[in-house]
Design a protein around this ligand. Structure first.
Ligand code: HEC
Ligand code: HEC
Length: 396
C-alpha cells in the first residue's frame, strides 16, 4: 500500500503533467500552425493588374509628360519610373515577411520594428536600435515611395531594394541573421512553404524557399508603399481649395529662387535623387559623418547625403541623417542660419551652391512648415497582418 506521502507526490506529478499538457496544447503553440489566409489576388490600391498578373502603378502624374528631372517646382511634372510589375501574391507575401520577427536572428525584431507604418515607416528615434540593443549611427528613413528611388541609404550605397535589405537582415547591430539560418527557419514553417509556392507558382511546389524569393517579395511590398494623394497633390491636379492661403504661401516660398528648396526637393517626389553637401550638424560630441564620400571614394562627396523625399515628412521626426532636429521648424530653420554654420572646425566641406543665406523671416519659416504638413498622405497604408505565418506576433 502506498503511504500518504507517495500518494501526495504522485498527485503532484500528475498535476505537473496536466499543467505541462496544458502548455503543450495551449493556443500560443497551436496558432503557429493555424491556417493563414490565402495570398491576395488583387493589387494594392494605386496599382492595376495587367493580363500577366502584374501590378502596374497608376496615378494622375502619368498624365503629364514633363519629365521629372526637368521641372523645378512645376506642379504638373511627371514622376520618375517606379519599380512595378510584381504580382499581387508576391506583394502580399512581402507584407507578411515585413512584419515577421522570424526574419531576425533571435526572432524578436522585424523590418517594421524600425519602419513602423504608425510612425511614417520610420521609428521615431534619432538613430535606430537593432538587436542586442545596439545603436546605429543614422536615422531610419521612411519607406513611403521607396519604389521610385534609384539609390538607397542616406549615402546612396545601394542601388536596389533587393540589395539594400541584405544589410539589415544580416548586420550584427540590426537583425543579426545569416542567410543559412534565415532559409532554415522559413523552410521549417509549413505555412511559409505553402505561401511561397502560391507566390511563385512557376517553380515546383515542393522546392525549398530561396533567398531571391524572399528578397523579391519584400521588394514588391516596399515598392507598393505609394503616397501621392496628399492635399498638395489635389492642389497640383487643379483643386485650388485643397490648400489654405497660408499653405499656398509656404509652397511659394518653397519654390522661390530665394529659398531654393525645390531645386533639391523637386516635386512631385520632393527629391531630385542627387547627393548634396548641406552641412547639417551631428549630435553633440559625434564626429562628422562622411556620408557618400565613403562608398564612392570621392572627397568632393565628404558630408554629402542623398536628398530625402519630403513626402509624409510631418510623420517622421526627428529629422536629417542624424535625427538631430526634433521638429520640422528646427529642420527648416537650419537653412537660414548661414551657409556652413554647423560645419565642424577643421572640416572644409564643399557646400552645395543652392545652400546660401536666404534670410527667411519667422513668418516665412512658419509658412514653410505649414506647407510641408500638406505632404501627408497615408491613405494606402497596408494592413498589419493579424496573424503571421510563423505564429509569432507582428513586431512593431
Ligand atoms: C534596427 C533598425 C532597422 C531594421 C530592423 C531595418 N531597418 Fe531599414 N533602415 C534603418 C536605418 C537606420 C536605415 C538608414 C541607414 C543608412 O542610411 O546608413 C535604413 C534604411 C532602409 C532603406 C533605405 C531607404 C532610403 O530611402 O534610402 C530601406 C529600403 C530599408 N531600410 C528597408 C528595410 C527592410 C526591408 C528591412 C527588413 C528586412 C529593414 N529595413 C530593417 C533601420 C532599420
Ligand atoms: C542643395 C540641396 C538642398 C536644398 C536647396 C534644400 N535641401 Fe533640404 N535636404 C537636403 C539634404 C541633402 C538633406 C539631408 C541632409 C542630412 O541628412 O544631413 C535635406 C533634408 C531636409 C529635411 C529633413 C528630411 C528628413 O527626412 O529628415 C527637411 C525637412 C528639408 N530638407 C527641408 C528643406 C527646405 C524647407 C528647404 C528650403 C528652405 C530645403 N530643404 C533646401 C538637400 C537640400
Amino acid at each position: 500500500m502506498p503511504n500518504k506521502g507517495t500518494i501526495i507526490k504522485s498527485g503532484i506529478s500528475g498535476m505537473v503533467l496536466v499543467v505541462l499538457l496544458f502548455f503543450v496544447m495551449s493556443p500560443k503553440v497551436s496558432t503557429s500552425y493555424a491556417p493563414v489566409p490565402k495570398l491576395k489576388t488583387q493589387c494594392p490600391p494605386g496599382f492595376k493588374k495587367n493580363k500577366n498578373n502584374e501590378c502596374m502603378a497608376i496615378n494622375l502624374y502619368q498624365q503629364y509628360d514633363s519629365p521629372h528631372d526637368n521641372g523645378v517646382g512645376g506642379l504638373q511634372t511627371g514622376l520618375p519610373e517606379i519599380r512595378d510589375g510584381f504580382s499581387p501574391q508576391e506583394i502580399d507575401l512581402g507584407r507578411y515577411l515585413f512584419f515577421d520577427p522570424v526574419l531576425s536572428g533571435n526572432q524578436t525584431i522585424s523590418c517594421a520594428t524600425c519602419h513602423d507604418p504608425g510612425k511614417g515607416f520610420s521609428d521615431g528615434m534619432a538613430t535606430s536600435t537593432g538587436m542586442n540593443g545596439e545603436k546605429g549611427t543614422r536615422s531610419a528613413p521612411t519607406l513611403w515611395n521607396v519604389g521610385y528611388l534609384k539609390k538607397l541609404f542616406w549615402d546612396g550605397r545601394s542601388k536596389s531594394l533587393e540589395d539594400q535589405m541584405q544589410e539589415p537582415l544580416f548586420a550584427h547591430n540590426e537583425m543579426d541573421n545569416t542567410p543559412e539560418n534565415l532559409l532554415q527557419s522559413l523552410n521549417a514553417i509549413e505555412n511559409y512553404r505553402s505561401l511561397f509556392a502560391e507566390a511563385y507558382p512557376e517553380r515546383p511546389k515542393a522546392q525549398a524557399i530561396a533567398l531571391d524569393e524572399i528578397y523579391t517579395a519584400l521588394a514588391g511590398f516596399q515598392a507598393s508603399l505609394v503616397s501621392l494623394n496628399s492635399r498638395y497633390d489635389q492642389y497640383a491636379h487643379g483643386y485650388h481649395d485643397a490648400l489654405t492661403l497660408n499653405e499656398i504661401e509656404g509652397l511659394n516660398v518653397f519654390r522661390s529662387f530665394v529659398a531654393r528648396c525645390a531645386e533639391c526637393h523637386t516635386p512631385p517626389l520632393f527629391t531630385n535623387q542627387q547627393f548634396a553637401v548641406i552641412g547639417t550638424p551631428e549630435p553633440n560630441g559625434l564626429p562628422l559623418d562622411p556620408g557618400a564620400q565613403v562608398p564612392f571614394q570621392d572627397s568632393t562627396l565628404r558630408g554629402a547625403f542623398k536628398v530625402p523625399s519630403l513626402r509624409n515628412i510631418a510623420k517622421t521626426a526627428p529629422y536629417m541623417h542624424s535625427g538631430r532636429f526634433e521638429t520640422l521648424r528646427e529642420a527648416v530653420e537650419f537653412y537660414t542660419k548661414g551657409r556652413g554654420h554647423a560645419v565642424p572646425e577643421g572640416e572644409d566641406l564643399i557646400i552645395h551652391w543652392h545652400i546660401w543665406e536666404p534670410d527667411l523671416s519667422d513668418t516665412e519659416l512658419d509658412r514653410l512648415v505649414d506647407f510641408l504638413k500638406t505632404l501627408t498622405d497615408e491613405s494606402f497604408t497596408p494592413q498589419i497582418p493579424e496573424q503571421l505565418p510563423s505564429g509569432l506576433e507582428p513586431a512593431l
